[in-house]
Design a protein. Sequence first.
Length: 121
Amino acid sequence: MIVSSEEFNTWIQEALAELPPRFAAMADEVSIVVEEEPSAEILKDLELESEDDLLGLYQGISIDETSFFQPAGQLPARISIYRGPILRLCRTKAEVIHEVRDTVVHELGHHVGLSDEEMPY
């Protein structure tokens, strides 16, 4: 399936715009980037065999773990959305839009401190 970078980025922005206001405010605290593929280093660190096993990644300290006494020099929270694996997983644009939304929400869930088991899906 062919999806332009611009179209894919638009779907991420639409997913963010659909968030309830409380969560949308939290999303403003996170840098959200689109990457074509997860790096070999990330796959190794997460013990994943295939880049298709990772659609998104939250990197940072979740809100529930931050404190005033946090050491300086920490990188800001970041969500990577992996375009290639999402496009290979989905067969239609509607599926891509749905998966982008689910991935954005899932990674924002990590930002607020939810584990994979606690996610709504």
